[in-house]
Ligand binder design. Structure first.
Ligand code: ADP
Length: 508
């Protein structure tokens, strides 16, 4: 047995009773330190400047303006990115419309599938390059980009390629027809994966696309544009334009768009809903969340703690379905808090390109400020803060994994989406109280239930107003499972057969 393993065994809880971790315990937990294992990035060809991908060609923005994208782990500039304005949006929508009328709506469905399969294969073949690029541009740990974002992006293209020529079977007796041009706006937390979630079903159903990635993480979407170019997709079927919120607003508001799909903040989602109101545009929104992870006293607690850690600390809590509220049954609160505290000390925070890193950099300085401000409100409300004691790199944007106990439903950290590695711990006594607290938020994107009893699990899950409920696990995704929200978390589903519906007209 290695020294590190012996150490772990020595700090396991005995008889469910635990004393608070002492400094000596924490010192022993540090025995898990690994030697650095950085992923190479020297083969990653990044151009100094990227233009707009419109009509199958790379075009300079009409304004001639560019902005920079930086590596949030080092604050180094990576590349200059074109800033599309309303005139560029107009060109992109025009290119998408021309491609729709000229090729794509007439393209036999099996041919559409062929293109999607090509894109899927190219993503799989270039997975290492895409994972490194995602990590460098967004700050997420390489193991997350490598094992989650990129494979799942390829799987989405594979999955929807399979549906392209089977829409009549998916929706029998409805003569499914494409809508036309889809405007798609995505956030910075899963840049390539969100692009795949948006583009794959739209193309499978016969629509053309104008996609705008987030301003802080445009590089993998632009690399996807290169892949699409190499896959020989007819020009204009997919257009990728970069820019800020103003570019997104011009795109969502463009009269030539038939469908708007947005993933991002609830605030911007509401603006887009207002812009689309009174038009014939179809709209789907995937917005914020404040998921409850409910842990009953009969749950396998160590397993639940792994799920809690996975739900909020991996990927820096930059997940709209992050389990940012832990609802724990009062009788096991102290044990769970203690187990969580110990597990958190073993999280490795730092260089996102290191294969052992669990928690990477916060995506931007602005996001870090939001996290700090909301966490400070937890202190001001009298909650008790637990934070890992790890060293942080001198440059870049970092936040130590944190949890607060003594949180009540009225506190801001229990109500507002924090989008960072900060967990609010609340307690409940009865299953009804757990459900009431879990549902007491304007959001309804996801939730988790941890209990040993199958019937209890099903009963609680059926009472939760959340688009996805994970049972004895958290943050599991599959292209065949629909994902989406209730209430202020948005409407419409992505993934699965449900993910086709927002992109077709299906009437008898
Ligand atoms: P976050 O707060 O997570 O950064 P946002 O909702 O601000 O999320 O951004 C998500 C995406 O929406 C980004 O691509 C951003 O550029 C875009 N965006 C921001 N403001 C607007 C807007 N008013 N209209 C359309 N898109 C917008």
């Amino acid at each position: 047995m290695t020294e590190a393993r012996k150490t772990k065994a020595a700090i396991r809880p005995a008889n469910g009773r635990l004393a608070m971790t002492t400094p000596a315990d924490l010192a022993r937990i540090e025995a898990w330190e690994y030697a650095p294992a950085p992923e190479a990035r020297d083969y990653l060809a990044i151009q100094p400047r990227y233009e707009l991908f419109i009509g199958g060609r790379w075009r300079k923005p009409k304004s001639g303006r560019h902005f920079t994208t930086i590596n949030p782990a080092t604050e180094e500039t990576i590349a200059e990115i074109a800033e599309a304005d309303a005139a560029d949006v107009d060109r992109a929508v025009g290119a998408a419309r021309a491609a729709y009328d000229k090729y794509w709506r007439r393209c036999p469905p099996a041919h559409r599938a062929k293109y999607l399969f090509r894109i899927a294969r190219a993503i799989a073949e270039r997975s290492r390059e895409l994972a490194v690029l995602e990590s460098v541009d967004g700050g997420k740990p390489i193991k997350e980009a490598r094992d989650f974002d990129v494979p799942l992006a390829a799987q989405h293209f594979f999955y929807y390629a399979g549906w392209a020529d089977k829409l009549e079977w998916a929706f029998p007796n409805t003569r499914p027809r494409p809508l036309g041009v889809a405007a798609q706006i995505i956030p910075w937390n899963f840049p390539l994966l969100m692009a795949a979630w948006k583009i794959a079903p739209a193309l499978a159903c016969g629509n053309t696309v104008v996609l705008k990635p987030a301003e802080t993480t445009p590089l993998t979407a632009l690399r996807l544009a290169e892949i699409i170019e190499q896959a020989d997709l007819p020009p204009g079927v997919v257009n990728i334009i970069t820019g800020s919120g103003a570019t997104g607003a011009a795109l969502a508001g463009h009269r030539g768009v038939d469908k708007v799909a947005f993933t991002g903040s609830t605030e911007v989602g509401k603006e887009i809903a207002r812009a689309c109101a009174g038009t014939s545009k179809r709209l789907t929104l995937e917005l914020g969340g404040k998921a409850a992870n409910i842990v009953f006293d009969d749950a396998p607690l160590e397993q639940a703690v792994e799920g809690i850690v996975n739900g909020i600390f991996f990927n820096q809590g930059h997940v709209c379905c992050a389990g940012s509220r832990l609802l724990v049954q009062e009788s096991v609160h102290d044990v769970v808090a203690e187990l969580l505290h110990r597990r958190m000390q073993t999280l490795r925070v730092g260089d996102p390109l290191d294969k052992n890193t669990d928690v990477g950099a916060i995506n931007s300085a602005a996001q870090l400020r939001k996290i700090e401000e909301l966490a400070q409100s937890g202190d001001a409300d009298g909650c008790t803060r637990f934070q890992t004691e790890c060293d942080l790199p001198a440059r870049g944007f970092w936040y130590r994994p944190t949890f607060f106990t003594g949180v009540s439903m009225s506190h801001r950290i229990a109500q507002e989406e924090i989008f960072g590695p900060v967990l609010s711990v609340l307690t409940f006594r009865t299953p009804d109280e757990a459900v009431e607290k879990a549902n007491n938020t304007p959001y309804g994107l996801s939730a988790g239930v941890w209990t040993d009893k199958g019937s209890k699990n099903f009963k609680i899950a059926s009472q939760l107003r959340a688009g996805v409920v994970w049972s004895n696990t958290f943050n599991k995704f599959d292209p065949s499972s629909p994902f989406g929200g209730y209430r202020e978390s948005g409407f419409g589903r992505e993934g699965g057969i449900h993910g086709l519906l927002p992109y077709i007209e299906a009437r008898p």
